[in-house]
Write a protein that binds this ligand. Structure first.
Ligand SMILES: C[S@@+](CC[C@H](N)C(=O)[O-])C[C@H]1O[C@@H](n2cnc3c(N)ncnc32)[C@H](O)[C@@H]1O
Length: 368
């Protein structure tokens, strides 16, 4: 759907934070992928690229990507393809101009760095254009930044998940997504890979709908074939949110994306939250994070899985929450000191090898 209003538009806070995460991740992704002996080329692709610039002159995501490549690895001889798709002609024209203006000297010759900017719908063009570039069969990082008002085809996500070394970032505004899901008929099931579970959202209280749909979407990406997922909401001070889900089959990718997330500078005035936290608490403090949401998630995990080693909880934090493994050691003492949990050996000294379990009173209590 073409942009409703002028192009370019103002950069809002969570877009700035999102760009900061992309920038940090891309500065890691290009060198890791292009110095890996298994690959001779890699592709960065956007299905909803935008104009490459914001009203205040800030870079859009396509420029951020090309800049990260130019700064990190333009000296390597491997091929890097770039593909940008948008269905608004103004964005396509502006992005083409921006790329020429910002990079008057191409970082690489066109043979080693093909850049394709195409006008059309992501759902019609992305897979096809990746084929024309010869991208399938080598790593692809696909950024699908749809605003939530365009469906991201599930078949495309499946194909990316099953393509070697490939990863996806999907972003949308949850409120758009809820509206989009409410408005569409059976075709909307395709977004969830044909699974109709998300429709149960219609009988939930409105406060629970969004969280439920985000969980269904995460599950759908897992079913599409992504082994590791990191999903979270970026929240600005007014409470406006942007949902971001990252899918990869590589643990290193997950770790690097999580590092990028936790490095985001708090000057952006943006917090993030784990959609699985029952209280949906927003974390604004990145250097000294508020760990109560993790304590609640750990308590829920102990309730469903029984006595668990701290090392296993560290893996749970890495793979199933927005938190880092090292946060676990600090999130457990409040549970022990409040009497909600105890150590298997009866001590109060929490170590990686310790086993931790809920106390009998807490086993059946409702999570708060
Ligand atoms: C959120 S903006 C992209 C922002 C950009 N990725 C960035 O971070 O700088 C979404 C873009 O998607 C485009 N768009 C909306 N529906 C589309 C569709 N079905 N296919 C392709 N582009 C679409 C809009 O024209 C808009 O430029």
């Amino acid at each position: 759907m073409p942009v409703d209003g002028p192009v370019p538009w103002q950069l809002v806070e969570h877009t700035a934070a999102k760009h900061n995460i992309y920038r940090r991740y891309l500065h890691r992704w290009f060198p890791i992928i292009l110095s890996n002996d298994s690959w001779n080329e890699a592709t960065y692709a956007e299905g909803f690229s935008g104009p490459g610039i914001y009203a205040g002159g800030e870079d859009g995501s396509p420029i951020i990507a090309v800049r990260a490549f130019a700064e990190e690895v333009s000296n390597l001889s491997k091929k890097a393809n770039f593909l940008f798709i948008d269905d608004d002609q103004r964005c396509v024209t502006m992005l083409t101009d921006q790329l020429t203006r910002v990079f008057p000297q191409r970082p690489r010759n066109p043979g080693l760095m093909p850049v394709a900017v195409r006008k059309g719908k992501c759902e019609d063009l992305l897979e096809l254009e990746l084929g024309k570039l010869g991208a399938w069969g080598s790593p692809i990082l696909a950024v699908l930044d749809s605003w939530g008002n365009a469906p991201v085809p599930y078949g495309l996500l499946q194909r990316i998940a099953n393509n070697p070394g490939s990863e996806v970032i999907v972003t949308f505004k949850p409120q758009h997504f809820v509206r989009f899901v409410d408005d569409l008929g059976d075709a909307a099931d395709d977004v969830f890979g044909g699974d109709r579970t998300w429709r149960q959202a219609s009988v939930l209280p409105s406060s629970e709908k969004r969280q439920f749909i985000l969980t269904c979407y995460r599950n759908a990406l897992e079913t599409a074939g992504f082994r590791y997922l990191l999903d979270f909401e970026l929240v600005d001070r007014r409470g406006d949110t942007l949902y971001l889900v990252f899918g990869t089959n590589h643990r290193l990718g997950l770790e690097k994306m999580k590092d990028s997330l936790w490095e985001v500078d708090k000057v952006f005035g943006i917090g993030f939250r784990d959609p699985r936290d029952s209280q949906l608490e927003t974390l604004f403090e990145f250097t000294d994070p508020e760990l109560s949401p993790l304590s609640r998630l750990l308590r829920d995990r102990l309730r469903t899985h029984g006595p668990t080693r701290v090392e296993t909880l560290r893996k749970f934090a890495l793979f199933d929450t927005v938190f880092r493994p090292q946060h676990v050691i600090d999130a457990l003492p409040p549970l022990v000191h409040s009497g909600a949990a105890e150590l298997g050996d009866g001590t109060r000294q929490i170590r990686r090898g310790s086993v931790i379990q809920l106390t009998t009173n807490t086993q059946h209590a409702t999570p708060r």
